[in-house]
Design a binder for this molecule. Structure first.
Ligand code: FE2
Ligand code: FE2
Length: 251
């Protein structure tokens, strides 16, 4: 069975139990796994199945909203539990900036896909978006060199390796996006549009998913597991040595 079909079936099952009054903590826990950066086409598939079973798709949206509220609440709790200077808190704040850049990339891509030619403003915005995504490399280096090694020492090295591999895959595409902005439509608008479509779809989905896993799995684990007296201040010094992201303001 396709991944999205499997996920849609799980969503339908969860919605049925949610409407049936199942234990809400259990539902929240399962929703966290089932909705983890779910693709829109999977939600559409789940809606279709619900309608076929004479169930109301509105229940799905209610559950999805509940899940998003729950995630926001958990992330706020995590931020409130740590000092403003804490490396993880800085990383969560940087994630907000990266997610805002992804929204801009998605909107820009939609505009370009509907356009007949490349206008200079769109090309400039693409250059700014690529610069911001590459500015985040300082963020990823602090994760790789400071926070992740502490998690590896505490037994979750396999997950760390997967996250580092994602950094690598994304880094390649960010450089490709920068090169595309520099080239513009030199090779023809059609080729530009196609390459932008492929890169934007990959980066928006995979970087969003990556941030989701860090905010909701890796960072809570780091705060929970790394507790030795005086260690976080020392890690913060190493973060300062690496440096921070010089994000451009997007207009
Ligand atoms: Fe990361
Ligand atoms: Fe991150």
């Amino acid at each position: 069975m396709l991944e999205s079909e499997q996920r849609a079936a799980m969503i339908v099952d969860l919605v049925e139990r949610y409407k049936g009054g199942a234990d809400s903590d259990q539902i929240k826990r399962e929703a966290k796994a089932v909705f983890a950066f779910v693709r829109p086409e999977t939600v559409a598939l789940a809606e279709e199945r619900l309608a076929r079973h004479n169930l109301d798709p509105a229940d799905l949206h209610q559950l999805h909203r509940l899940h998003l509220d729950n995630l926001r609440h958990e992330l706020l709790q995590l931020q409130a539990a740590i000092e403003p200077w804490h490396p993880v808190r800085t990383m969560i704040e940087e994630h907000e900036q990266i997610l805002a850049t992804l929204e801009r990339l998605e909107a820009l891509n939609a505009r370009v896909q509907a356009a007949a030619a490349l206008d200079p403003a769109a090309r400039q915005e693409l250059a700014d978006i690529a610069a911001n995504l590459l500015a985040a490399e300082y963020h990823h280096r602090r994760e790789e060199e400071v926070v992740f090694p502490e998690l590896t020492k505490r037994g979750i090295g396999a997950t760390v390796e997967a996250m580092e591999a994602e950094h690598e895959e994304l880094r390649e595409r960010k450089h490709a996006l920068k090169a595309l902005a520099a080239r513009g439509a030199d090779g023809g608008f059609e080729a530009f549009r196609r390459e932008l479509g492929e890169l934007a779809a990959y980066i928006v989905y995979n970087l969003g998913d990556h941030i989701y896993k860090e905010n909701h799995i890796m960072f809570p684990a780091a705060v929970r597991l790394v507790r030795e007296e005086g260690l976080w201040p020392r890690l913060k010094e190493r973060c300062d040595e690496i440096g921070y992201c010089n994000f451009r303001k997007l207009h």
